[in-house]
Every structure is written in structure tokens, then in C-alpha cells.
Ligand binder design. Structure first.
Ligand SMILES: NC(=O)c1ccc[n+]([C@@H]2O[C@H](COP(=O)([O-])OP(=O)(O)OC[C@H]3O[C@@H](n4cnc5c(N)ncnc54)[C@H](OP(=O)(O)O)[C@@H]3O)[C@@H](O)[C@H]2O)c1
Length: 258
């Protein structure tokens, strides 16, 4: 069944690949990001399927405008995939609270603005489905990930809690927890990224899982990385700390700035 899907973060990386995947499958997509060019390129390729809904999601007025635009044109949304996000790493020797604020504002607060608009539209949609892109980092504290991890752990909690409260309205909630995916976001990383997937592979995996009749609560990949993180999270805290300290030392020895 063709769906009306609002996708944020559609200009790059996982979001751009997911937009292509879903458009190729024939769905209608409302595309949000600040950079208009990649969205317009998709609009040209899929003219009858794309609704341009650009904007900065950290600005609540812009998000409200996006919601109103989608309501005007479509009247409702069947699926909202809130994927837009950012990542910056902390240097604990010069802890920067503004960095934490920037990352949390985009990943958690701005996504909440989108949730507010999405829910109004989803309540009018068919078999409504709310999807949030968190991260596998939320399973385990990792070096330098204080801000990013906190934002994604918060986002994960927000969606899981919402799942309970939206169940009686028949709105399903899925959390997507990717491992490493090769995108402009991770190309800046100066450390090894085990089991990294190309963005089109990640997009295909996410799209296949989301279309299942019985909606998954979690879409996490690749499974060997997810399993390792989940098992490590079960270890006693002191052992986790010892392993974490080792990761910092190994990263320094390999010349990274960790
Ligand atoms: N890549 C990975 O390994 C990985 C792993 C786990 C989770 N994730 C999560 O997956 C999602 C996508 O990441 P990615 O790797 O594809 O990163 P990316 O290539 O940098 O894409 C990020 C997307 O978010 C949009 N965005 C960022 N800030 C925005 C804002 N203020 N307003 C509107 N749009 C904004 C960007 O669009 P504009 O810049 O055009 O606004 C872009 O389309 C993120 O939530 C990320 O945390 C990624």
C-alpha cells in the first residue's frame, strides 16, 4: 500500500538514501532538511510523489509551518520518519556545555517539535506509524560520546515511552538504532568504525523492516555490533569502565585525537 510519509533529514546520508528507496517503492514523501538542493533534485526525479517541506527543525515556528504545509496539501500523514540529527564529540579536558546544548537541541528538542506536528497529522492518517532514528550508541556509554549518546539515549526513551501512551490511539512507534553507516556525518570520525554499512544498504534494511505488517518496535543493525554492545552493557560497571579506558588509550596510540 502506498503511504504518505514525512521524512526529516532527507538531504544527506541515511535520510537521502531512504528517500530514494521509498520513492522508488512508489510512496509519497514530504521531504525536510535545510539544504534545499538535494530535495529539489528528488522532486525533479519523482515529480508526482514529492512534497517539498524544507526548514530548520530547531526553529519551532518553521516546524509548525512545515506541519501546516503538509496538512494543506495532503491533509494527513501515514508515517513520520524523524531522522534528522547531528553529532559532535566532547573533549573532556575542555568540556563544552554549548556543544552539549547544540547536539541535544537538534537530536532531542527539535525532534520533539517534529513529533508534535507529526502526531496531529498521524491522527488523521491510515494505520499511523511514528519512527524515530536514534543510535546504537544509546546501548552503552562510549568515549567522547557524552553529548551525542545523551541525546540519543534521551530520544530512545522518549519514543519508547510514547509507544505506551500512543498505543490506545493505534499509533505504532518504532525506534531505529543504526550502528555505523557511511555518511557525511561519520566521514568526519577519526576512529575505526567496525562493521560500517553503506547508506543505501542501511536504507534498504530500514525500509524492508518498516513495511512489515506487524510493526517492529526496534530496527537495529548490524546485529553482531548490536549484540556486542548489548552484552557489554550487561557487564559490571567497573569492567565497562576498564574497557572504556582501554578504548581511549587504543585510540590515542592509533593517532586519533580521542
Ligand atoms: N551515520 C551513522 O553511522 C549513524 C549511526 C547511528 C545513528 N545515526 C543517525 O541517523 C540520522 C541520519 O544521520 P546521517 O549519518 O545520515 O547524517 P547526515 O548525512 O549528516 O544527515 C543528517 C541529516 O539531518 C539533517 N539535519 C541536521 N540538522 C538539521 C536541522 N537543524 N534542521 C533540519 N534538518 C537537519 C541534515 O540536513 P541539512 O543539513 O540539509 O539541514 C541531513 O539531511 C541522524 O539522526 C544520526 O544521528 C547515524
Amino acid at each position: 500500500m502506498k503511504r504518505r510519509i514525512w521524512l526529516t533529514g532527507a538531504s544527506s546520508g541515511i535520510g537521502l538514501a531512504l528517500a530514494e528507496e521509498l520513492l522508488n517503492a512508489g510512496h509519497q514523501l514530504a521531504l525536510t532538511a535545510r539544504n534545499l538542493e538535494p530535495l529539489e533534485a528528488l522532486d525533479q526525479r519523482f515529480p508526482r510523489q514529492v512534497l517539498l517541506a524544507p526548514g530548520d527543525i530547531t526553529d519551532p515556528d518553521q516546524v509548525k509551518g512545515i506541519g501546516e504545509r503538509i496538512a494543506q496539501v495532503w491533509g494527513a500523514v501515514d508515517t513520520a520518519i524523524l531522522n534528522a540529527g547531528t553529532c559532535e564529540y566532547i573533549d573532556a579536558t575542555r568540556f563544552d556545555a554549548q556543544l552539549v546544548e547544540r547536539v541535544v537541541r537538534t537530536n532531542l528538542i527539535a525532534t520533539s517539535y517534529c513529533i508534535q506536528e507529526a502526531l496531529t497529522l498521524l491522527r488523521l492518517g491510515q494505520r499511523p506509524h511514528l519512527v524515530g532514528v536514534a543510535s546504537s550508541v544509546a546501548y552503552l556509554p562510549l568515549t567522547r560520546s557524552e553529548a551525542y549518546g545523551a541525546s540519543k539515549a534521551g530520544l530512545r526513551y522518549l519514543f519508547r515511552s510514547l509507544r505506551i501512551d500512543l498505543a490506545r490511539e493505534g499509533i505504532d512507534v518504532t525506534v531505529v538504532s543504526p550502528g555505523f553507516v557511511d555518511t557525511p556525518l561519520t566521514r568526519k570520525n577519526d576512529f575505526p568504525m567496525p562493521m560500517s554499512w553503506p547508506a543505501p544498504k542501511a536504507a534498504r534494511f530500514i525500509a524492508q523492516r518498516l513495511k512489515k505488517n506487524r510493526r517492529p518496535m526496534e530496527v537495529a543493525f548490524p546485529w553482531p555490533l548490536i549484540l556486542s554492545l548489548k552484552l557489554l552493557a550487561l557487564l559490571p560497571e567497573r569492567l565497562q569502565l576498564a574497557l572504556g579506558k582501554r578504548m581511549v588509550r587504543d585510540a590515542r596510540q592509533s593517532g586519533s585525537s580521542a
